[in-house]
Design a protein around this ligand. Structure first.
Ligand code: PEP
Ligand code: MG
Length: 889
């Protein structure tokens, strides 16, 4: 196996092997751009090292050979005393990763070669400054010395000289500093700073390998779901210097604005400086446009290179460059990060420029970005006072009064106040408060903290880990940087899309993207901005491309109409239990308690017209599109009063000797129906089989509603869905009865009703016997909520708030299986059932209506296993449409 690649040997598609940085350096080299020569040690070498604890035997020789070639090319040797070749050693994994060792510059300098460099450069100060930088970076990142010790020594040197900026230190000062730095290394690392240049290089390479398993790097990978076994590449690159005087400098540039996507000159430049000076903010940079005045030649060349790169990568690129004595060098490029809005704009701009086609454009955006654009946001023009910034854990813009405990959050919100729950970190005891709050703010914890996980699950705005905020829950206050104190009741605003925290109330504006989907804003109209136009076009691309249809989970006409505006092609799940609440609850209660058949019949008779009306409205809203109505699913006790409240009522009435006959009957029923594990109890099809007439009434309501709509010249397309089926026998019994009722209604109304009857597949047994079940079902809809619950044995109502944080922290999964489909487990059952079902009945219609139907990654999976549609809440429909389009690319 080959472990080292010269920059001339790689290309941009070798990111797995060469890392992002190495692959792009190779690509630029081969484009003929001015990249300082160098080579890349592959991720394979890193993997061998990580597995065995030793570098692969062949690596040393390969590095020697590539170094020799580099020396030959540069006409000088690494660390050569009179004219040293210097190199940088940089890490570069496939994905850029904070927490990993970044860069050691100036490798090759030693007590001897620093003199040679001084002579060659004609600049003593420069040489000694370079040497002290090497010892500092090497000491910190390779030898593990506390970086502050070097910083302190540097500060002391400046103070002694009474100067404020590094550049005011002279050669003699820096020489002294080098001596001091070497002492620090000796004391802290227990060894001398290595004088042998090859030893420096080898140690730095090893340090890069080791940094792959640093704590922060590991945590980041877990959070971002980056596999732990990729390893990192190492880039060894000959040094060029931006700190050789006013005709040198360093900068960063974007080929277009990463915020708006507009083309232009975007970036920063710092004269007479090295890369890390820009990051450290030691001196102020100037806008890139100024480079034209400072060094027109380099500027013109850079503009040309930027154009080359954009046309080559066909995307926004960001660039790091250095100018050494008027000569431009490219140090890095990559496809640049951008805001969600810019992603949509850039994708359409590139299509207009003819650089990419519609399909490619779809790969440049994603559902998470679209979801982000659909949240209300803070008014950009508002005056704000930002007091902190944490991790953007769950998007949205939330404003409310600061509260510091769950109890107050609940109490205040009940009295109509909007509150933001502020905690150091949250735990399951805070759940009520989190539900009551507009948003959640914590000063500790990352993207997988309890607060973040639970808030995302609830779709609630959350900023976590805002470490500069000192939260004092005992005194119910928070101190912000600068010492200001936020007391309980003070208004604050948090932005879950950026992680920013503001004092006071920041005005919130609706998302223009939602305004567009709602039909209140039109692309091409005067008030439509570029973003809406771009989203509109991308949605059209997705709709043209996708094979999956997208339906909505909706239970009433209002939701159905919104879903239609958002692009729904029908209803995939109407949960009828929601129709049994409100004033109808009493009727349902009576139905459950009915002792005689007559009484039960009466209740069902009273419910029938109401239920029918529900469906008439729904069919009207979704006229011409399929509407899947699921028969009653939840356990009956959910329609009865709470057992504790009722017991108290009965006990009180008894002690006061008041009449309580009814309550007593109710209580007995509640006891009778009480189940230890209602989720696995009398619900779904089991109810239909046990309560005579219930499902019959529902089917009759559906059939009569359809007939009525037909009579009104409507086009109702009803589908009847049976929940929680585990065996085909259950379905057969219900189906037989349903067919009979439908036939009756057809006969009575003289209307031919083509009602499809199908089932949910949401129990493992159903999935495993799907071939049999398909005999009695015209369609399957996968209920992946219950299927996940039953396949994992996780209670869907409890686990996210209880032990999932621990599971996520331990990396058992990177995301809750209730959010993104667990492909290996739940997913393989879906796949198996889909295949078996279609074997029995080739025209079996297949959909999914669990929460996963609106989750981007899951949508791709459902596309791959050949489902016909996904169904999700109305608000997620655009995301599902977009992802279905992306899945088909
Ligand atoms: C499911 O289980 O995935 C489903 C859609 O049904 P419900 O969430 O109503 O149980
Ligand atoms: Mg279910």
């Amino acid at each position: 196996m080959k472990f080292v690649y010269d920059f001339t040997e790689g290309n941009k598609d070798l990111k797995d092997l060469l890392g992002g940085k190495g692959a792009n350096l190779a690509e630029m080299t081969n484009l003929g751009l001015p990249v300082p020569p160098g080579f890349t040690i592959t991720t394979e070498a890193c993997k061998v090292y990580l597995e065995s604890g030793e570098e692969p035997a062949a690596l040393r020789d390969e590095v020697s050979a590539h170094l020799a070639a580099l020396e030959e090319r540069m006409g000088k040797k690494l660390g050569q005393a009179d004219d040293p070749l210097l190199v940088s050693v940089r890490s570069g994994a496939k994905f850029s990763m904070p927490g990993m060792m970044d860069t050691v510059l100036n490798i090759g300098l030693s007590d001897k070669s620093v003199q040679g460099l001084a002579k060659q450069a004609g600049d003593d100060r420069f040489a000694w400054d370079s040497y002290r930088r090497l010892i500092q970076m090497f000491g910190k990142t390779v030898l593990g010395v506390d970086g502050e010790l070097f910083e302190d020594a540097l500060e002391a040197a400046k103070a002694a000289k009474k100067v404020t900026v590094d550049t005011e230190l002279e050669a003699a000062d820096l020489k002294k500093l080098v001596t001091k730095f070497k002492k620090i290394v000796k004391t802290e690392a227990g060894r001398d700073f290595p004088q042998d240049p090859r030893e420096q290089m080898d140690l730095a390479i090893k340090a890069v390998f080791d940094s792959w398993n640093g704590d922060r790097a590991k945590l980041y990978r877990r959070q971002e779901r980056i596999p732990h076994d990729l390893g990192t590449a190492v880039n060894v690159c000959s040094m060029v210097f931006g700190n050789l005087g006013p005709d040198s400098g360093t900068g960063v540039a974007f080929t277009r604005d990463p915020a708006s996507g507009h083309q232009g000159v975007y970036g920063d430049y710092l004269q007479n400086a090295q890369g890390e000076d820009v990051v450290a903010g030691i001196r102020n940079t100037v806008p890139l446009a100024e480079l034209e005045r400072i060094d027109k030649n380099s500027y013109d060349q850079l503009m040309q290179i930027m154009e080359t790169l954009e046309n080559h990568y066909k995307d926004l690129c960001d660039i790091e460059f250095t100018i050494e004595r008027g000569r431009l060098w490219m140090l890095q490029t990559r496809v640049g990060k951008r805001t969600a809005g810019a992603a949509f704009r850039i994708a359409t701009q590139l299509v207009d420029q003819g650089l990419i086609d519609e399909a490619e454009a779809l790969t440049r955006v994603n559902g998470a970005q679209l979801a982000q654009l659909m949240f209300p946001r803070f008014d950009e023009n508002a005056k704000v006072e930002q007091v902190g910034r944490g991790i953007a854990a769950s998007p949205g813009a939330a404003v409310g009064k600061a509260v510091f405990d769950s109890y107050t959050a609940v109490k205040w919100s009940r009295s109509g106040e909007k509150v933001i729950l502020i905690r150091r970190e949250t735990n399951p005891d805070d759940l009520d408060g989190m539900i009551a709050a507009e948003g959640i703010l914590t000063s500790r914890g990352g993207k997988t903290s309890h607060a973040a996980v639970v808030a995302r699950g609830m779709g609630k705005t959350c900023v976590c880990g805002a470490e500069e905020l000192e939260v004092d829950t005992k005194r119910r206050r928070m101190t912000v940087p600068g010492g200001r104190v936020v007391e309980e009741g003070d208004l604050i605003s948090i932005d879950g899309s950026t992680g920013k925290v503001y004092l006071g109330e920041v005005p919130v504006v609706p998302s223009p993207v939602v305004e567009y989907f709602e039909g209140r804003m039109h692309p091409g109209a005067d008030d439509a901005d570029e973003l809406v136009e771009a989203v509109h076009r991308m949605m059209a691309f997705a709709d043209r491309k996708r094979r999956l249809r997208v339906r909505a989970n909706a239970d009433n006409a209002e939701d159905a109409l919104r879903a239609r505006r958002f692009g729904a092609q029908g209803i995939g799940l109407c949960r009828t239990e929601h129709m049994f609440l409100g004033d109808r609850r009493e009727l349902v209660e009576r139905l459950i308690l009915a002792d005689t058949e007559n009484e039960r019949e009466e209740c069902l008779k009273a419910l029938l017209p109401q239920q029918k009306q529900d469906f008439v409205e729904l069919f009207e809203a979704m006229d011409g599109l399929p509407v899947t109505i699921r028969l009653l699913d939840p356990p009956l006790h959910e329609f009865l009063p709470d057992i504790t409240e009722l017991s108290v009522r009965v006990a009180l009435a008894e002690s006061r000797q008041e009449p309580h006959e009814n309550d007593l009957r109710l209580l007995q029923a509640v006891h009778r129906l009480h189940e230890q594990n209602p989720m696995l109890g009398l619900r779904g099809v089991r109810l239909g089989l046990v309560i005579p007439g219930l499902f019959t009434m529902q089917v009759r309501a559906i059939a009569e509603a359809a007939a009525e709509r037909r009579a009104a010249k409507g086009d109702p397309r009803a589908e009847v869905m049976i929940p929680l089926v585990g065996t085909v026998q259950e379905l057969e019994i219900v189906r037989e009865e349903a067919d009979r009722v439908i036939a009756e209604v057809q006969e009575a109304t003289g209307t031919e009703l083509k009602l499809a009857i199908g089932t949910m597949i949401e129990l493992p047994r159903a999935a495993l016997t799907a071939g049999q079940i398909a005999e009695a079902a015209e369609f399957f809809s996968f209920g992946t909520n219950d299927l996940t619950q039953t396949v994992w044995g996780f209670s869907r109502d409890d686990v996210e708030a209880s032990f999932f944080t621990a599971y996520l922290e331990k990396g058992i999964f990177g995301v809750s299986p209730f959010e993104t489909i667990d492909k290996d487990g739940v997913g393989s059952l879906v796949e198996l059932a889909a295949r078996a079902g279609r074997t029995t009945r080739p025209d079996l219609k297949l959909g999914v209506c669990g929460e996963h139907g609106g989750d981007p990654e899951s949508v791709h999976f459902f596309h791959e296993v050949g489902l016909d549609y996904v169904s999700c809440s109305p608000f997620r429909i655009p995301v599902a449409r977009l992802e279905a389009g992306r899945a088909a690319v």
